[in-house]
Design a protein. Structure first.
Length: 105
């Protein structure tokens, strides 16, 4: 069964995404992934680098910066809604921990 993912608006992605880093897949050699991190450096989600490159509109494959920008554009339009929900849940839990009494008299 194929399930269509809900994506957050590009403008929201621009506000929460801090970095996109190409990395080696931890379990599969010779496979690259694009890890997406929030502004605080925590992982939001990841993508298969080859799939993103296939979707990107790359005009000059030899232009490394152009390839990176094209891939970033694809990713920024495909940040799943669940990644934002996880981020908001994490922030809420952190805030609740900050507001808990320390128990020190």
């Amino acid at each position: 069964m194929s399930e269509e993912a809900d994506f957050i608006p590009y403008e929201v992605a621009m506000q929460i995404v801090g970095n996109i880093v190409e990395e080696e897949h931890l379990e599969e050699t010779n496979r690259r992934i694009l890890n997406v991190y929030d502004k605080e450096g925590r992982e939001l989600c990841w993508y298969d680098a080859e799939e993103i490159m296939a979707e990107a509109h790359i005009t000059n494959p030899k232009d490394v910066e152009g390839v990176k920008l094209a891939c970033v554009e694809v990713v920024m339009h495909q940040i799943p809604k669940w990644a934002l929900e996880d981020l908001l849940k994490r922030k809420k839990e952190e805030k609740n921990k900050e507001n808990e009494p320390s128990g020190i008299a």
